[in-house]
Design a binder for this molecule. Structure first.
Ligand SMILES: [Zn+2]
Length: 212
């Protein structure tokens, strides 16, 4: 695997996201991260406007619009965060489907273990490749992850059937193949989204005792 640059985050931002996640549990919480490039500066709480907030999130548009005021001041929305109240800090198929900001880092805060919160950082990149979903459905184990949304997850090193070779030649694993169906069960939209994890470097304050 090629070297992936680390994302840097002040301890204050890390603890603010964990605190928000704890206050929101059992629902998922979400917000945005102001910063520059791969350096986080501050976390801004958003409202989760998803219909089903126990296992999904959608940042409210007012919060997303704040990114334009950051840009006027030379910053950007470098990240979007949300919590997984009871599951690991790994993007779900739904997270991949809803990742509309390929330039942003997606931070996921897991409270799977209440006394050991974990935040991990990902980039999620959609790939626009024509897919024969009818054929893919026949040969790959797709799961309906929520009504009308079907997903197949391809892990790094997983065996790829021949029909996946045109995809694996261009898209690095891990990736999701997601598709959405209408009421007749026919595919209406599909997408491949690859995941790259960035190491998260948190600058915890030095707690070592001072020299006497
Ligand atoms: Zn999620």
């Amino acid at each position: 695997m090629s070297q992936v640059e680390a994302v840097k985050m002040p301890a204050s931002v890390y603890t603010a996201i964990v605190q928000h996640a704890r206050e929101g549990k059992p629902e998922e919480i979400c917000g945005i991260v102001r910063g520059r490039g791969l350096v986080a500066g501050s976390a801004i709480r958003g409202r989760n406007i998803a219909g089903e907030r126990i296992e999904n999130y959608e940042v409210d548009p007012e919060t997303l619009l704040l990114q334009f005021t950051f840009e006027e001041q030379g910053d950007e929305m470098m990240g979007i965060y949300h919590s997984h109240p009871v599951s690991v800090a790994w993007p779900s198929a739904t997270d991949a489907w809803n990742a509309h900001y390929p330039e942003s880092i997606y931070f996921i805060c897991s409270l799977e273990f209440d006394d050991a919160p974990v935040i991990r950082a990902f980039r999620m990149t959609p790939h626009w490749i024509d897919l024969d979903i009818v054929q893919l459905r026949r040969e790959l184990p797709f799961t309906e992850v929520r009504p009308h949304l079907f997903a197949y997850y391809h892990a790094p090193g997983a065996a790829a059937p021949a029909l996946l070779h045109p995809i694996t030649a261009h898209v690095p694993a891990p990736f999701y193949i997601d598709f959405f169906t209408d009421d007749h069960g026919d595919e209406v939209d599909s997408r491949i989204v690859s995941l790259v994890e960035h190491t998260l470097q948190v600058d915890w304050p030095d707690t070592a005792p001072a020299h006497p």
